[in-house]
Design a protein. Structure first.
Ligand code: ATP
Ligand code: MG
Length: 320
């Protein structure tokens, strides 16, 4: 089975939709699981109320995007199970292994006040994966090393104490378009970007989407052509258009005589792509009882699925 998470570190954006969530909804197999990884959003300074609100919003967007409610849950609802398994896995992991993680070295080194969880969160991520018995974990390049750690810990635990865990592997997403920031096409679009001017959020209203697309950075060339290296801004718009409508960016380019016409077409396509998701998300957020029910049932199912693995791991390691 596959397991994938999304961290509520900001509002979901178009890249999350085209590059991940849309595919989770369309390709998911019946026993796959997708979760809102709110515990992972606490490794750097955070605001509790904002985190809570973004977690609900992200869960609503996953469901509104078409992921069946049987396949979603919120990570913190399994805090007991994950906390216990994280401890077991921390007792399986060496300090050096955790400290080697590139993300920790990049974000955590040399600064004061770094949270210990920034060092240990890859072990929590291993617990997310191993608790559910996931054998495939779709991740971006930046998370590959963390899945490797989960793999090493599963092997080590199984070899030392007894066979409990499936050994997971990272699957890189099938050449998903990398959506770039509209205001700076050298960067990818991100939900936690400091400057949101070039970020289209899934819940943006249509006229805001149109304004952001109209202001997208292009270049001084004339005529629309697909040349990612030389004309990244225009290429990004064509890739977004292809992501929404299908077809190949280079073919789509031929239909436009000017950047203005291209931008109107991109705005229309993005607005129509996101409209049903925005509307369904708003409806869910307006019905907190329904969202709470989805959350409760998702938590119960996910906890039950992992229960026997946690129990076996505890027994084998000498606890209980
Ligand atoms: P953050 O800024 O917190 O890292 P993010 O927008 O990069 O947020 P992630 O939580 O890192 O989002 O990733 C969630 C999923 O969305 C991953 O599968 C990732 O590959 C995908 N994704 C994120 N940004 C893009 C993008 N610009 N284009 C395509 N896919 C993306
Ligand atoms: Mg990211």
């Amino acid at each position: 089975m596959r397991l994938s998470g999304i961290t509520p570190s900001g509002h979901p954006q178009l890249g999350n939709h085209l590059g991940a969530v849309r595919r989770w909804a369309s390709d998911g197999r019946p026993d796959d699981l997708y979760f809102v990884s709110d515990l992972h959003a606490m490794t750097t300074s955070h605001d509790p109320n904002r985190l809570r609100a973004r977690t609900s919003e992200m869960l609503a967007v996953l469901v509104a995007s078409g992921i069946p409610v049987e396949r979603v849950f919120v990570q913190s609802d399994l805090a007991r199970e994950l906390g216990a398994l994280t401890w077991v896995l921390e007792c399986t992991c060496s300090y050096g292994e955790a400290a080697r993680m590139v993300q920790f070295r990049e974000k955590g080194s040399g600064q004061g006040g770094v949270r210990l969880s920034l060092l240990t969160y890859p072990v929590l991520m291993a617990a997310d994966i191993l608790l559910q018995g996931a054998d495939e974990v779709p991740v971006g390049e930046d998370q590959n090393q963390h899945v490797e750690l989960a793999r090493a810990l599963a092997r080590r635990f199984n070899g030392t104490y007894g066979e409990v865990f499936a050994v997971p592997r990272a699957v890189l997403p099938a050449t998903g378009a990398r959506v770039r920031d509209l205001a700076d096409p050298t960067r990818k679009m991100s939900k936690s970007a400091r400057d949101a001017a070039g970020v289209v959020f899934v819940l943006d209203e249509p006229d805001l989407i149109r304004r952001k697309v109209r202001r997208a950075v292009t270049d001084g060339c004339t005529g629309v052509a697909y040349a990612p290296a030389e004309r990244p801004g225009v290429a990004n718009l064509l890739e977004i258009l292809a992501g929404c409508l299908g077809g190949r960016p280079a073919d789509l380019a031929e239909g436009f005589g000017s950047y203005g016409a291209l931008k109107e077409a991109v705005a229309d396509a993005v607005i129509e792509e996101l409209r049903p998701i925005r509307e369904r998300t708003r409806a869910l957020l307006a019905d907190p009882g329904e969202l709470a029910r989805i959350r409760r049932e998702g938590a119960a199912r996910a906890a039950e699925r992992g229960e026997h693995r946690l129990g076996s791991a505890m027994r084998l390691i000498g606890a209980g």
